[in-house]
Design a binder for this molecule. Sequence first.
Ligand code: PGA
Length: 255
Amino acid sequence: MKKELRRAVIAGNWKMNNTPSQAKALIEAMKPLVADADCDVVLCVPAIDIPAAVEAAKGSNIKIGAENVHFKASGAYTGEISADMLKEAGVEYVVIGHSERRQYFAETDQTVNLRTLAAVNAGLKAIVCVGETLEQRELGYTETLLKYQTKMALTNVTADQLKNIIIAYEPVWAIGTGVTATADQADEGNGFCRAAIAEAYGADVAETVTIQYGGSMNAKNADELVDKVNVDGGLIGGASLKAEDFSIIVKAASK
Ligand code: PGA
């Protein structure tokens, strides 16, 4: 395993939190705290917050991401936002296939794949989420499921496009629950995703892909998680809403 081939990425996922003025204030508070980061720092924010977030992050090392993108370029899709729209607004990253979207908004492996293609074709970096439920884990399907979700998400993605894709392993049972996967479980899950990429693209390519862990990562457990050979940073929900906590996680990934 060659961890040094990969750049760690710490990405906040604000979910449905913070108004535009709150977004501005939080980013202003974070800027000095993460200025020395030796990893990529991203904040994925609600669509309505994007202009305020892009403006607040200007001149800093914080990149702004969206939390979803539609897979069509334009057309009659009321309420949706295209990759080109995000790009022009200054967005660089987009979260795709988060388990909350799979659970509440009918996201499927097929639509995750279409969104991923739309994002990378528009020049965005995609943070593609995969993860098993507690039931699937207890039935022993974790490896099968993670490999399946990873390969499905990457259908028709070229090895060159893969450079703009990050996989986020997020066990559903660990999201927002305060129950974190152990560092070994995170490493193993990330390893399954990397193995799926190796099967599809070859081991050398798989070694270069950034694979994050997500699910109750916080200021206390980040060190141990990001130390693991397969864990290249994290996708952070709750702890990305607090400047101090988020900056401690960024520091852990900068070592
Ligand atoms: P959490 O969320 O850190 O609040 O568990 C992670 C995520 O959903 O990306």
